[in-house]
Design a protein around this ligand. Structure first.
Ligand SMILES: Nc1ncnc2c1ncn2[C@@H]1O[C@H](COP(=O)(O)OP(=O)(O)OP(=O)(O)O)[C@@H](O)[C@H]1O
Ligand SMILES: [Mg+2]
Length: 230
């Protein structure tokens, strides 16, 4: 029986080659993996090995050239819609890409509250960011007036409004100081224990992967280095 929440079968992505004369190169080559509820699967590899490309195909940000993605056993079509779109979320390495620079934090947080049909008065918004150590006063600021750590915590707060079942964590702490990194990792762990959320954790740090992940799969030059079944 297949109880994976997300499954990739033979995912392949080719890009236009950087080298003259070669038309296309394969960034991800036939990647298959399974992600189970409540687990953290680490995707570990060097820079340029295809981690983000694979992650972005899995969460529906990038269309695969080949292969299939199953959510709760049913095939997903790109771009994702409905339940899958809400329940599969992403936290980026650079939190500023998650936010419109023109909007205050209050305005940026309003959208997911509306999408979910939740009341978003100041009390609700303050509670949403408060558990990440942010204050009501931060709601009036634009991304440029928040530190990287504050912005990443706000990005996580916003992602969680959607009550995701799966979160792609694409090096979400690599730009942060060690204390903020530890706070975010700690929070994610507790949140997973309480909610059974599945994480796909992308990193190039073996030690962080070993601390945080239940299972680790390595990727090199677009190919998963699989021992047994992933
Ligand atoms: N949109 C694109 N167009 C062309 N090439 C791309 C595109 N996106 C990624 N690539 C290339 O695909 C390869 C894999 O990139 P990817 O971003 O997946 O690597 P990564 O493992 O996430 O690296 P890093 O650890 O540096 O984030 C790289 O050679 C990259 O230059
Ligand atoms: Mg990357």
């Amino acid at each position: 029986m297949n109880d994976a929440i997300l499954e990739a079968v033979g995912l392949t992505k080719r890009f236009r080659s950087r080298e003259e004369g070669k038309k296309r190169f394969t960034a991800v080559d036939g990647a298959s993996l399974r992600l189970y509820p409540g687990e953290t699967l680490g995707l570990l590899g060097e820079s340029g090995s295809g981690k983000s490309t694979l992650g972005q195909m899995l969460v529906g940000l990038l269309r695969p050239d080949e292969g299939q993605i199953l959510y709760r056993g049913a095939p997903l079509a790109y771009p994702y819609k409905g339940e899958a779109r809400r329940r599969i979320q992403i936290l980026f390495q650079h939190p500023e890409v998650s936010f419109n620079p023109q909007l205050t934090l209050r305005q940026s947080l309003t959208e997911p509250f509306r999408l979910r049909g939740l009341a978003c008065d100041d009390g609700a918004l303050a509670a949403c960011i408060g558990r990440f150590g942010l204050y009501p006063e931060h709601l009036n600021r634009r991304p440029g007036a928040l530190s990287g750590g504050e912005l990443q915590r706000a990005a996580l707060a916003r992602v969680l409004v959607m009550e995701p079942e799966i979160i792609l964590l694409d090096e979400p702490t690599s730009m942060l100081d060690v204390i903020t990194q530890a706070q975010i990792v700690d929070f994610l762990r507790r949140y997973q224990e309480e909610n059974g959320t599945a994480y796909l954790f992308i990193t190039h740090s073996t030690s962080l992967a070993e601390q945080f992940c239940h299972r680790i799969v390595r990727i090199a030059e677009g190919r998963l280095q699989v021992e047994g079944s992933v």
